[in-house]
Ligand binder design. Sequence first.
Ligand SMILES: [Zn+2]
Length: 426
Amino acid sequence: MELMDKIISLCKRRGFIFPGSEIYGGLQGFYDFGPLGAEMKNNLKALWWNWMTRKHDRIVGIDGAIITNPKVWEASGHVQSFVDPLVECKKCHHRFKADDLKEKKCPDCGGPLTEPKVFNILVPTELGVIEGEKTSAYLRGEASQTIYLDYKNVLDTTRLKIPFGICQIGKAFRNEVTPGHFLYRQREFEQWDLQWFCHPSEMEKWFEYWKEERMNWYKSIFTHPENLGFYKHEKLAHYAKRAFDIEYTASPVGKEMEGIHWRGDWDLSRHSEYSGQDLSYTDSETKEKFVPNIVETSGGVDRAFLFLLLDAYAEEGERIILKLNPRIAPYKVAVFPLLRNKPQLVELAEKIYGDLRKDFATVWDDRGNVGKRYYSQDEIGTPYCVTVDFESLEDNAVTVRDRDTMKQERIAISDLKNYLKEKLNV
Ligand SMILES: [Zn+2]
């Protein structure tokens, strides 16, 4: 079986990801995160958020609405591009104006093209309760637009001065022509974005800073950081001086995970023009007035989630192991009584379980034998398993087993929490 199929199967079997509305036959391009997937995704988002807003003291976060005034999408250029018939590459999904192409293949990768169509990737919706009097709006096609809309409010309500950043994690929706490859190309997905506002003369410096900084963050959470790389875009938007993707190069499907974009003054200028509001910035010391330039880092949360699973998956004989970074793993610790029918063991194990739960995401397992429980925890990436055995009743210690080394250590119950805190680095 191919790696991707193994991951899809594991996700379903263990409750990471379920196909959306499965009992009705599903809906293409939609997925639900199950109990383990929701834990892992929350861990991932918390890591991103804390790293953005605490490691960097000039960044604040927002949580914007999914539906905005429809004019936003005129300013962003999303509506304009509906007018021209486009063809889409079935392989790399890049789109081109049908009239511009000399040959019937993708200029970027040589892949086959769809028939020319008028694409509207935005997902329309209607507001209002009276039929015939509804207003049309769109679910946001990219989360970042909300940041531009709130840029002035953030400036006015905080003490931030340029350079500074606004970050956000949020859902976006796209009518993809060809959704597929599991979480890679969905119609509803989540993005984590940073818009970094700076003086035009400092773009070079900040672009390079964020390019490296974002790569370092991904490297800190992937099991095999050597599988991460940059892809340099040669074809650039007219306002962009450079653009890079952070890629998961070992991906069996698409590789793109996050874009580092030079957006210049494009976004704020457009929103100034379309809204009639002055979005320029005046330096309080030099009195210089300018439109801030933007470095954007825009990543796919679901893509990172998928790549982390692909990257962590390992097989050792019969064992399937998710070698996930402990900070991301859905559970940090599993607790077992050696035998489920020995009340003394169960009682002590329950006490330890209840105590560990206060500090760590902890799971209980008393099914089958200990070997099977280890296998079961390895498969969902639980870094440590704690077994309460008959000796525990005598020596007040437990066996702690490490997922990656399979080594077992005897640890005093009174030291257990500190031991785990140190090992898990939490
Ligand atoms: Zn292509």
